[in-house]
Design a protein around this ligand. Structure first.
Ligand code: AMP
Length: 215
C-alpha cells in the first residue's frame, strides 16, 4: 500500500508515521529527513536546502522533485511506502502523479492529520528529538526519564532549529498556502481520510489504522 500522510507542523505526523511503518512494514520516505541527512553530510544539496529550512521556507519544487525521483529509482517498493512531507505543493503533486503514473508507485490513500493551529505552538516548541535513534519526546507531555537523554538509546536529545514560534508561523503560512491545493487535488480523486489529531495518541492511532484498513 502506498500512503501519503499530511498535517501541519506539530500535528503528530512523525509519531503516526513511525507507527504506520512498523505496523504495515512499509518504507518510510520523509523528505524532511532526507534533507536533514544531506545537511548532516554537508552535501551540495544539503547546504542549499539548509538556507530554506532554517527559515521555515520550502525548498524549491525542482530540487525536491528531482531528489524524490532519484530516491524512488533506487527503492525496492515491493511492500509499498509512506510518503511523509511530500508532495507539499500542487506542482509537486502533479510532478509526482506524472512520475508514478502506471507504475507501482501511485499513491492509494491520503491521510490528513487535522488540528487547530492555535494548539500547535506548545507542541512544536516543546518537541525534542534523539540524535541517535530519532525517538520523539515533548518536554511537558512526553518527557524523557533523564533530561536531555533518550530513554531508548541514551543519546543526546536536541531541538530542531525550525521548532521555534517564529519559524512555526512561517511554516504554518507555508502549509496553509501550499498544502491546501494539494489536498484539493487528492480530494477530487476521493483518496482523502481526515483524522482528528487533537485526540490522545492512542485514539489518533486507532482512527489512522481504521482509515488504512478500510481502503
Ligand atoms: P518536515 O520535517 O517535513 O517538517 O520538513 C522540514 C523542512 O524541510 C520544511 O520546512 C522544508 O524546508 C523542507 N521540506 C521537506 N519536505 C519538503 C517538500 N516536499 N518540499 C519543499 N521543502 C520540503
Amino acid at each position: 500500500m502506498n500512503i501519503l500522510i499530511m498535517g501541519g507542523p506539530g500535528a503528530g505526523k512523525g509519531t503516526m508515521s513511525a507507527k504506520i511503518v512498523e505496523e504495515f512494514k512499509i518504507n518510510h520516505i520523509s523528505t524532511g529527513d532526507i534533507f536533514r541527512s544531506e545537511i548532516g553530510k554537508q552535501t551540495e544539496l544539503g547546504l542549499m536546502a539548509k538556507s530554506y529550512m532554517d527559515k521555515g521556507y520550502l525548498v524549491p519544487d525542482e530540487v525536491t522533485n528531482a531528489m524524490v525521483k532519484s530516491y524512488l529509482e533506487k527503492l525496492d517498493n515491493t511492500k509499498g511506502f509512506l510518503l511523509d512531507g511530500y508532495p507539499r505543493t500542487l506542482d509537486q503533486a502533479k510532478a509526482f502523479s506524472e512520475m508514478s503514473k502506471g507504475t507501482s508507485l501511485e499513491i492509494e490513500k491520503v491521510l490528513v492529520l487535522e488540528i487547530d493551529f492555535k494548539e500547535l505552538a506548545g507542541r512544536v516548541t516543546g518537541r525534542r528529538l534523539c540524535k541517535g535513534c530519532g525517538e520523539i519526546y515533548h518536554v511537558v507531555s512526553h518527557p524523557s526519564k533523564e533530561e536531555g537523554k533518550c530513554d531508548k538509546c541514551g543519546s543526546e536529545l536536541y531541538q530542531r532549529k525550525d521548532d521555534t514560534e517564529e519559524s512555526l508561523k512561517v511554516r504554518l503560512e507555508e502549509y496553509e498556502n501550499s498544502t491546501k491545493p494539494v489536498l484539493d487535488f487528492y480530494e477530487e480523486k476521493g483518496m482523502v481520510a481526515r483524522i482528528n489529531a487533537a485526540q490522545p495518541i492512542d485514539q489518533v492511532w486507532n482512527d489512522t489504522k481504521k482509515a488504512l484498513e478500510d481502503k
